[in-house]
Design a protein around this ligand. Sequence first.
Ligand SMILES: [Zn+2]
Length: 243
Amino acid sequence: MAAEAADFRADILAIAAHRDDVEQTCGGTLLRSAARGLRTAILDLTQGEAGTRGTADDRAREAEEAARILGVGWRQALQLPDGAIENTLPNRIEIVRVLRQLRPRVVILPYWQARHPDHAIVGTLGYDACFLAGLRKIDTGDEPYRPFKIVYASLYADIRPSFIVDISPFIEQRHQALMAYQSQYANQQAGSALFVPEEEIRERTFAEARHYGLLAGVRYGEPFVQKEVGLIDDLTLVPVQSI
Ligand SMILES: [Zn+2]
């Protein structure tokens, strides 16, 4: 797959615990970025073997199809244990290798507080890896590289976002990318007490996107948190909606 070419460089890299996380939390942002000509990439940290539905192989095929729909240029999955991701040095180093290969300017991580322990830990594991990637003494055989910016996809967190990305033109395509995970979301018997029906997934995800869009005065949006204070040169160019 050309998407795994060793010389691929990313402008934006989204790191997530599970295949299908990115589709739900920042898929519209990746679509919008690709439409602007930016090179986007996804690193999933697990293979999805702990899922109630489908196998890791099913998810690998579905993730590739979702990547095609999202227009990302590179997608791979590490083999950290699904449901038991830990912030250890070996795990940080695995991510450091990817960061030094792709050299993304911006990294998207899951918000650091979450109901699913994997999501929360990836917020801190990813941050630590971004920092270590810039240290020459962490020797992986690649040139050190530290991303310029980390932002946190906060869709699942009950928290006021720092900013919204307008995904209005891309909401249908984002939904298609999520529905590429047929083993997870198509109506079926396995896990039917745990999963909501396919029709309701559409209603719920569109409602969430509508909620965040409304906060910024657009139709559909995805929320992000940034830790750092913003730096502005010209107050007349601050990118917010009018009061
Ligand atoms: Zn997940």
